[in-house]
Ligand binder design. Structure first.
Ligand code: HEC
Length: 500
């Protein structure tokens, strides 16, 4: 064979091999090499678009001004554009295996892309015939170019929707133009609905709209990414490929919540990388719904809003009115119960005049939260608001009692042997505002529990094993919390308790 024959065969061999390899890959579990090839799609794809549009532009100029000498350039551009389109399609076939693309958009983008590759070869072939105006060849050629151009426009646009999401072009558009396109303001739909509906339902008016706007593009009956459909109660209850995604009453054990609270750059985060994470309010509403039993027909009026949810409803920032536990009606503790706690070796004092709430600490650092003390705490569980276990030898196992103190707002655990696991006992503490973990060995594993604390305002993580990524993801989950990493002495300054 002549050398030039090899050169003619080479492209076909390369394309054939690329297609062949693609067939043997399991799209559900693509190897990294496949995804690596796929990523070239976004780079390659601009060449055929540019070349083909340039060919069309030159063609229009050539016809308008009767410039004959453009002819060979146009043929070259069409051929190069067609080759580029094939390369882009090939890379695209690998890229489509990466998770997270919306199926409907991908469906059309892929077909238009393949269509462009085929059409550009046809355009090249017909162009070789040099049809003159008035002939059929000429008309066919013109028609092919028109279709090719519209495929390029629509296919390219769908490509940008796939990479950037559908609101990308309109997100910062002035509202006047948005209205002309029939778009509302980019605010969340649920906020608007709440203001108008008296008898709103938790699921259909608050939760489903969030899932609709953030999740169901990938999790619906037709397209069940992770084998999960979130568009109907049945789908949500059925769960995904890895089992149930919801544990009614327990948001901290629900896969949905875990996915939402993962750091946004974690590969399991939902919605996946590239999409905006849920806002604090959206996450809080879903969490509240799950904690209140994940019912599909409860009315908002029938459920107690958590403090954060109340704030969301009111659309207010923290105001001057009584908030947190001070807005609750709690009876004062029995004086014999307080006596019992003191007898067991704890310092107990009132948090203020006419306040039922108590601050408590262990009198002895070496004997903190023993069996008697835990039992005594049980008698004043509703009233304990501040608990100081800092610098004691409190055992991890005793910390289970924390989960039984519903109104805890301040908790000192600094310089203790508290472990990540023990922090699970905190995850139900919806009033906890202050948590000191200075000089403990808690690590990033505790971020999942800490992120669940809706009222947290100050969190001391100085001298812990929490990494800066951990802090970052916590800060995103708790944007209003101040996470202290070093400058302050975690002293017991506010602790005015004294031994009896
Ligand atoms: C852009 C597409 C996309 C969006 C949007 C999206 N997901 Fe996913 N989701 C996926 C893919 C792909 C998987 C499978 C891969 C994995 O498990 O990480 C998945 C898996 C899951 C799973 C695990 C299912 C199982 O059993 O394996 C849960 C739970 C989940 N998503 C919840 C959500 C929630 C809640 C939202 C909205 C806040 C959401 N997803 C938005 C693409 C998406």
């Amino acid at each position: 064979m002549k050398k030039s024959t090899y050169w003619r065969i080479a492209p076909f061999v390369i394309v054939g091999l690329a297609l062949l390899f693609r067939i043997f890959i399991n799209p559900a579990d693509p190897p990294n090499a496949a995804l690596f090839i796929g990523r070239f799609h976004s780079m390659i794809v601009h060449f055929p678009i540019g070349l083909l549009l340039l060919a069309v532009l030159l063609e229009v100029l050539a016809r308008a001004f009767r410039i004959e000498r453009f002819s060979s350039t146009i043929k070259l551009l069409l051929l190069a554009g067609a080759a580029g389109a094939v390369a882009a399609v090939l890379a695209g076939l690998y890229l489509e295996m990466a998770p997270g693309y919306e199926a409907d958009t991908l469906f059309w983008h892929k077909r238009l892309g393949i269509g462009i590759a085929i059409l550009s070869f046809i355009a090249y072939g017909v162009r070789l015939l040099d049809g003159q105006p008035g002939t059929t060849v000429y008309r066919v050629y013109a028609g092919v170019l028109v279709v090719l151009c519209s495929f390029l426009m629509v296919g390219g646009h769908l490509g940008s929707v796939l990479t950037h999401g559908s609101g990308y072009m309109t997100r910062y558009m002035p509202q006047t133009f948005r209205s002309m396109l029939g778009l509302g303001s980019p605010a969340q739909g649920w906020a608007v609905r709440m203001a108008t509906a008296e008898d709103a339902e938790v699921y259909s008016d608050l939760v489903q709209p969030i899932l609709d706007s953030r999740c169901i593009s990938c999790h619906n009956a037709g397209q069940q990414r992770g084998q999960l459909a979130l568009d109907t109660p049945e789908g949500i209850e059925k769960g995904g490929g890895d089992g149930p995604v919801l544990v009614a009453g327990r948001s901290s054990e629900s896969e949905i919540m875990r996915r939402i609270l993962l750091p946004p750059d974690h590969e399991g985060h939902m919605p996946p990388e590239g999409k905006d994470p849920l806002t604090v309010a959206e996450a809080a509403l879903i969490r509240w719904w799950i904690d209140e039993g994940a019912s599909f027909d409860q009315k908002v009026a029938e459920v107690t809003p958590s403090p954060l949810v109340e704030q969301i409803f009111a659309g207010l920032e923290l105001s001057e009115r009584e908030t947190g536990i001070f807005a609750l009606e709690i009876a004062a503790a029995d004086s014999t119960a307080i006596q019992a706690a003191r007898a067991a070796g704890m310092a107990v004092t009132s948090l203020g005049e006419n306040e039922p709430f108590l601050q408590v600490r262990c009198a002895s650092a070496s004997d903190c939260l023993n069996v008697e003390q835990v039992a005594a705490l049980g008698l004043i569980a509703s009233q304990v608001a501040w608990l100081n276990l800092g610098r004691t030898e409190v055992a991890d196992s005793a910390l289970a009692v924390l989960a039984t103190l519903p109104h805890l707002t301040r908790l000192h655990l600094e310089s203790t042997s508290v472990s990540d696991e023990a922090l699970v006992h905190l995850s139900e503490l919806q009033y906890l505002e202050y948590l000191n973990l200075y000089d403990t060995s808690v690590s990033d594993s505790s971020v999942q529990y800490l992120s669940m604390l809706p009222s947290l305002q100050s969190l001391f993580l100085w001298e812990t094993d929490v990494t800066s990524e951990g802090v970052e993801s916590l800060q995103r989950a708790l944007p209003d919390a101040e996470i202290v990493l070093g400058w302050t002495l975690p002293s017991v300054d506010e602790d005015t308790t004294s031994a009896p």
